[in-house]
Design a protein around this ligand. Structure first.
Ligand code: HGY
Ligand code: MN
Ligand code: MN
Length: 420
């Protein structure tokens, strides 16, 4: 008897089981940490390779280590729609930020494969190798390589263990010299579409399973170091100190105050390092990371400039030098209205309102927007929690995400055949 095609719910439950399997691919026992070009990421890639092949995809890696599955079009020579998300993670991560987008898109391909169906365009599914930028503090390494915007000067960056990026890429089986070949020709691409957990509270507050992303906030990442003078904690009078950590602490609170006072601005100091780091020594140096974001690039850059001036002034008052080193900056990206409209139609066809919302989080779509129109579909996550092991999604919401993406592919195939 012909089995009824599996429902979106069935695929969603399988996707969640696969997210659990990927969660075991970690550098750290008992928690999820899967950085760029590590054996843990290679382990995850091996699992996803199997799953891609089972869905009828031809699988390859590119020079930076992105995993790419291709599902052929009905006819040869057709352009491709790119789907994807990332498999790298932050430290002590949740299991859905990245993998859910890769595996939900893969479920849509598996549905086509199970039905023996082909679209008028090919599907290429990217499992990007580095979106978070945890190992080298430069985000979107994988998607920048695909977009042809990879900054080759970052190949010399060293990680916390002193391993240069170029060496890490080679050790993971990639080839820094072949990075130009990883970039995709824009004229052969219809667009890039990414499903991702919302990582925020809006969909849950509206009691909606999915939403369409309108734009992705721009972000500035800075390495900031305060250099004062180490000294004896017991003998240096307070008035004579050049305490680098006090200058840094004052800056952290100033950044928070500036963000609280500016609508839509967020500023975060996520990393702090103190030298020499002994309890009876006045800190001579304090290193901070700074992450500033806003959906309006002018507001973001003005805020970063004001914070740089604040760091210098605070430091000068304390006899502490402030060294401000921009690490990376990515402008805000608007999602493509036509693709977003089709996502909205796919949502509405299931009886849900097509709620549109901006993304405060960065995504590989930011990098891919250089070579293709991009669209994103958010899936509700419990409490909006992310970058945390408590990250969680409901299978029913993932099912709506898969159904929406599947319907979107049909609409794109029917409306102008998805030609750019
Ligand atoms: O930091 C971000 O916004 C993303 O999770 N990489
Ligand atoms: Mn992500
Ligand atoms: Mn993330």
């Amino acid at each position: 008897m012909h089995e009824a095609p599996a429902t979106a719910q069935t695929y969603a439950e399988a996707v969640l089981r696969r997210c659990d399997a990927l969660a075991a691919c970690s550098e750290e026992p008992g928690r999820i940490t899967r950085r760029f070009a590590t054996p843990a990421l290679a382990q995850a890639n091996a699992l996803v390779t199997e799953w891609m092949r089972a869905a009828g995809m031809a699988v390859r890696h590119d020079a930076i280590g992105n995993l790419i599955g291709r599902y052929e079009a009905a006819a040869p020579g057709a352009p491709a729609l790119l789907l994807g998300s990332h498999l790298d993670s932050v430290r002590d991560a949740g299991r859905y930020d990245g993998p859910l987008g890769v595996l939900a898109a893969l479920a849509c391909v598996a549905r086509l494969h199970a039905a023996g169906a082909r679209l008028p365009f090919a599907l290429e599914l990217y499992a990007f190798a580095d979106e978070e930028g945890v190992r080298y503090h430069t985000t979107y390494l994988g998607s920048r390589a695909a977009a042809g915007t990879f900054d080759t000067t970052s190949l010399a960056r060293a990680d916390a263990d002193g391993v240069a990026m170029a060496d890490a890429i080679r050790a993971a089986g990639g080839d820094p010299a072949a990075l130009p070949a990883a970039s995709r020709a824009a004229d052969a691409i219809i667009g890039y579409v990414e499903l991702h957990i919302e990582q925020g509270p809006v969909l849950e507050a509206l009691d909606l399973p999915v939403g369409v992303v309108t734009a992705i906030a721009g972000q500035s990442r800075v390495a900031l170091e305060f250099r004062g003078l180490a000294g004896h904690a017991g003998t240096v009078p307070m008035a004579l100190r050049r305490d680098a950590l006090c200058a840094a602490a004052e800056f952290v609170l100033a950044a928070e105050a500036q963000a609280r006072a500016t609508d839509g601005l967020v500023a975060t100091v996520g990393q702090v390092g103190v030298e020499p780091g002994a309890s009876n020594v006045i800190p001579g140096a304090a290193a901070l990371s700074l992450d500033v974001r806003h959906h309006d690039d002018a507001v973001r850059t003005a805020a970063a400039q004001a914070l740089q001036a604040r760091a210098t002034a605070n430091g000068a008052r304390r006899g502490v030098a402030a060294h401000w080193q921009p690490v990376q900056s990515s402008d805000a990206v608007r999602c493509d209205a036509r693709l977003a409209e089709l996502l909205g139609q796919a949502i509405a066809a299931q009886g849900y309102p097509a709620h549109a919302l901006p993304s405060g989080a960065g995504h590989d779509a930011v990098a891919m927007a250089v070579i293709a129109p991009v669209a994103m579909l958010f899936v509700r996550c419990q409490g909006g929690i992310s970058h945390h092991p408590a990250e969680s999604v409901a299978a029913a919401d993932v099912a709506v995400g898969i159904e929406t993406l599947s319907r979107f592919l049909g609409l794109l195939a029917a409306t102008g055949q998805g030609q750019r």
